[in-house]
Design a protein around this ligand. Sequence first.
Ligand code: AMP
Ligand code: MG
Length: 329
Amino acid sequence: MNKKHFIFIPVILFLTAALFSGCTVKKSGPISRTGFYFDTVISIAIYDSENETILDGCMKMASHYDQLLSAQKEGSDIWNVNHAKGKPVTVDSDTADLLQKALYYARLSGGRFDPTLGGVSSLWNFNGQTPGPVPAASDISSALTHVGYQNIELSGNTVTLKDPDTQIDLGAIAKGYIADQIKSYLQKQGVKSAIINLGGNVLLVGSKPDHEEFTIGIQKPFADNSTYITTVSASDLSIVSSGTYERYFEQDGKKYHHILDPSTGYPVENHLLGVTILSKLSVDGDGLSTTCFVLGLDEGMKLIESLPDTEAVFITDDDQLHYSSGFPQ
Ligand code: AMP
Ligand code: MG
């Protein structure tokens, strides 16, 4: 099995579970559409409408946000900022909103969630066809000198990088934001029952048409079939996971995953395999899933317990599940 498959199979298995979780409700089944955006497989399933043009609209939105927010796409807002050599750049109000959120989680975590890790994460090449290899230590330390969320100056819709070599990467939070936008669109179209799945980031619109809750599986890390470590039954909720098993490669018998410690530039090693966040808004779930992963079990759990309407389950490398106090079990 090549490395590309290595990475995407877990996502696809998870996606299948999400799609079929409500399948028995409506005789004709949901209408659904799958696409490839944000470097991952996405799918939208609508349970209470047969209007395919709504799905067209969702895919158009995915394409629009991919073009706007991807650091890799030439001409995107983020690409423009990263290539402006420190000059001010006017961005779309969506980009400004999302940057504001990213800066919020950067401050909340004391910089352990950092949207300026772009220069370091591109060295690791986790989004490439064949991720890796481990970058030279000297390249990591030189890229690290340009990491620091304080380098982003955001004033209205104008973004200026105080260090012209700083590189923004919103990969840890963009999918959550986009899922929220797609949900608003679906609701405006009158949809009351749908599942938005952006590469395993799941956002539920309402409940099943018979008003029962959807059931979503949380993938068992590194399981080679569609094995779930637990399930969540819910309506109108965001369920977002971050984990070592989502994007990684192996070199000399060691696994290297994509969630990086901004103080070292290397993958976080704290005995966590994954974190799943339940929240109302998916932008918060996505921001928090990465933040809690970097913070680790104790600090991450403390943060979750301090936040209203937010729950989490942490999976440690002994396959134990650690639930927050209000997690619906
Ligand atoms: P997620 O799957 O939401 O946890 O996001 C992981 C992605 O966020 C990685 O692929 C990187 O692009 C980026 N990233 C990695 N480490 C961090 C970090 N400490 N803070 C912010 N973004 C990060
Ligand atoms: Mg995230």
